[in-house]
Write a protein that binds this ligand. Structure first.
Ligand code: BG6
Length: 483
């Protein structure tokens, strides 16, 4: 008989990243990170949709203190000092899981040291203990858009093979330290991001390379190997641990039934599935060689790499899902942006205030396709609506738009489960308002919990519950029955 509803033990919760919440960028012995260099640039002054891919000049100004900009990821929402209060609120909502990341430079301030920073390790001990106190399962990303800046300035980020060893050492250190506190891990957040936003994903500063795609795909190969070595180490240290990969899912529809549009869409899908093909199946898929030849990309592999990839595949596949795209063989018309990528506007879909196209049914399609392809447990570790919340006099934010978005997506998850998909959990993005990755804004809010802070970092940082807080609490309490 098919499964009719969410399975027992389904991991309901919320997802965050250290650089978007923690703050305390220079506290507790932490080193500077790539994210600490990213300024907030008001919309009128921005040149593109995203502000997180930095130039050499921006990094220099951030490092030598000559930039007059505000750097929101240095302060986050000060989870560093508020974690007890925030986790108590997550517990009140009934969270079963909390996705977070470890800030690599909090553990290894420069990234190439042998000895970890004890104060940094102790901070995460405290966070995990606090989660455990409420029975909340930590789901921990080792790398979420953040690395020690020293590894970028000294080694060229992930283009350098040495990063594999540094990352493996970091992974082994935290796996060993937290083996009794953390079961669910993931290696690289949105690993495909390195090819779309090289600084964010791989510490690759575009203006330092003549052929950025070559640098990015080489960096990606190093991440694939580092990820597989982390899976190996994690399983050796704690055989019970579950270690996943993480993809920014980019479902796209052919604009018409013209075979040229359909073929283009298939090719784009392959370029999105390439990452999980390697991490779940354990080898480079045959279709990628033609792409590499056409783009003049040559991957330098060391002997033994193919065995490492083959022997240490992931336990589950996790992904983020926010929107879908439309693909045409001859691009035209109005563009629809996304977190990393833009496509053609879909006339059947509504969009968020940031132009991201809202597509709950697309989530069911994606879940079916992923499960058909891989047959491993799936985990939705990001999904949500970034919106401007208006704070009324009485203080209660009536965020029905957010509830509506989430409800429709959860309904489709339920349908996918009925279709036979093995779905292990759902962590909504930004359960508490946090700093946006793409624009470093604060006003793009995803939370069930409001944080009093503006784009320039002004505010009391006070936390308050929105209407969606009570709604999500009910969803979890009823294991997805009351939506
Ligand atoms: C994902 C990232 O791409 O999208 C998150 O993994 C990010 O870190 C999320 O915050 C939403 O994007 P944004 O730009 O609205 O913060």
């Amino acid at each position: 008989m098919s499964q009719n509803t969410f399975p027992k033990g389904f991991l309901w919760g919320g997802a965050t990243a250290a650089n978007q919440i923690e703050g305390g960028f220079d506290l507790g012995g932490k080193g500077l990170s790539s994210a600490d260099m990213i300024p907030y640039i008001p919309k009128e002054e921005r040149t593109g949709d995203h502000t997180s891919d930095l130039t050499s000049q921006q990094i220099e100004e951030a490092l030598n203190g000559t930039s007059t900009r505000h750097f929101p990821k240095r302060g986050g929402i000060d989870f560093y000092h508020h974690y007890k209060e925030d986790i108590a609120l997550f517990a009140e909502m009934g969270f079963k899981a909390f996705r977070m990341s470890i800030s690599w430079p909090r553990i290894f301030p420069k990234g190439d040291e042998q000895q970890p920073n004890e104060e940094g390790l102790a901070f995460y001990d405290n966070v995990f203990d606090e989660l455990r106190k409420y029975g909340i399962e930590p789901v921990v990303s080792l790398s979420h858009y953040e690395m020690p800046i020293h590894l970028i300035e000294e080694y060229g980020g992930w283009t350098n093979r040495k990063l594999v060893g540094f990352f493996e050492h970091y992974a082994k250190t935290v796996f060993a330290r937290y083996k009794d506190k953390v079961t669910y891990w993931m290696t690289f957040n949105e690993i495909n991001c390195i090819t779309l936003s090289p600084y964010n994903g791989g510490g690759i500063v575009s203006d330092r390379y003549d052929h950025v795609d070559q640098a990015s795909y080489q960096g990606l190969h190093h991440q694939f190997v580092a990820s597989a070595l982390a899976v190996k180490a994690g399983h050796e240290i704690n055989p019970q641990s579950k270690i996943g990969c993480m993809l920014a899912l980019m479902e796209s529809y052919a604009e018409t039934c013209n075979p040229d549009d359909v073929l283009k869409t298939l090719k784009e899908e392959q370029l999105n599935m390439f990452f999980t093909d390697v991490q779940v199946r354990g080898y480079y898929p045959s279709y990628i060689q033609r792409f590499f030849d056409e783009q003049n990309i040559k991957i330098d592999m060391e002997p033994g790499d193919t065995d490492i990839l083959k022997n240490h595949t992931v336990d589950y596949l996790s992904f983020s899902y926010y929107m879908t795209f439309v693909t045409s063989a001859s691009p035209h018309g109005e563009k629809a942006p996304g977190n990393l990528f833009a496509g053609i506007k879909n006339p059947y879909l509504e969009s968020s205030e940031w132009g991201w196209q809202i597509d709950p049914v697309g989530l069911r399609i994606a879940l079916n396709k992923l499960y058909d392809r891989y047959q491993v447990p799936l985990f939705i570790v990001e999904n949500g609506l970034g919106a401007i919340d208006k704070v009324p006099e009485d203080g209660l934010i009536e965020d029905d738009y957010r509830i509506d978005y989430l409800r429709k997506h959860i309904e489709q998850m339920k349908e996918a489960i009925k279709d036979g998909v093995d779905l292990m959990g759902y962590t909504a993005w930004g359960p508490i308002d946090l700093i946006s990755v793409s624009t470093s804004e604060m006003q793009k809010r995803y939370g069930f919990i409001y944080v009093d802070q503006d784009n320039e970092g002004n505010g009391t940082l006070a936390r308050s519950k929105k209407k969606s807080f009570h709604w999500y609490q009910k969803v979890i309490e009823t294991n997805g029955e009351v939506l």
